[in-house]
Design a protein around this ligand. Structure first.
Ligand code: URA
Length: 193
């Protein structure tokens, strides 16, 4: 259990609890505002993230930033972004359940320090782990679920939107719902209409 971000970061950067530690260039801890009310959780770092140490900086990340900007959110001002696993899975394969099992403890510590009001799951991997094992992004995207006092929503992973741009209008609708929910439940984060 950690009481401050620096201690947590230091411990996390030394992690070698799964095989992904052996092939990482950089561990991708997370980025954003340390008391953000909204947390986004992706899957795991890709090549660009592994090289830079920052989540969502490649093409998918640039698309994510556009959706964030559309509703007045940004990693510099009012959100935090992390991943289910902190080290890049080789060839961008899905993180294995056993890798997620150990890495989720770092995410839990991040959630405990952040105490977000809303968690947005980007894609199937984080939604199935954090919302429900049977979660179907295509059917349940944009719906809010309450778990332990935190509102959780899943939406399309930006990499999936790059592969299938026909989903982009649905993704925008999800972000607009998110904006409304933020204005309803968040105390510090107020977004323009
Ligand atoms: N995809 C993710 O899920 N996370 C990242 O950080 C980058 C791409």
């Amino acid at each position: 259990m950690y009481t401050d971000w620096e201690d947590l970061k230091k411990a996390c950067f030394g992690c070698d609890k799964c095989q992904l530690a052996e092939t990482r260039t950089n561990l991708v801890f997370g980025v954003g505002v340390n008391d953000a009310e909204v947390l986004f959780v992706g899957e795991g770092p890709g090549e660009q993230e592994d090289l830079s140490g920052e989540p969502f900086v490649g093409r998918a990340g640039q698309l994510l930033d556009k959706y964030l900007e559309a509703i007045g959110l940004s990693r510099k001002e009012n959100i935090y972004i992390a991943n289910m696993v902190k080290c890049r899975p080789p060839q961008n394969r899905d993180p294995k359940p056993e890798e997620q099992d150990v890495c989720i403890n770092w995410l839990r510590e991040q959630v405990r320090l952040l105490r977000p009001k809303i968690i947005v799951c980007l894609g199937r991997i984080s939604a199935q782990r954090l919302i429900s094992p049977n979660y179907k992004v295509t059917q349940e995207h944009g719906e809010f679920f309450e778990k332990n006092g935190v509102l959780m929503m899943g939406t399309f992973h930006p990499a999936a939107l790059l592969r299938d741009p026909r989903r982009k209008p649905d993704a925008l609708t999800d972000f607009l719902k998110l904006r409304d929910k933020i204005n309803e439940v968040c105390e510090q984060t107020k977004l323009p209409y």
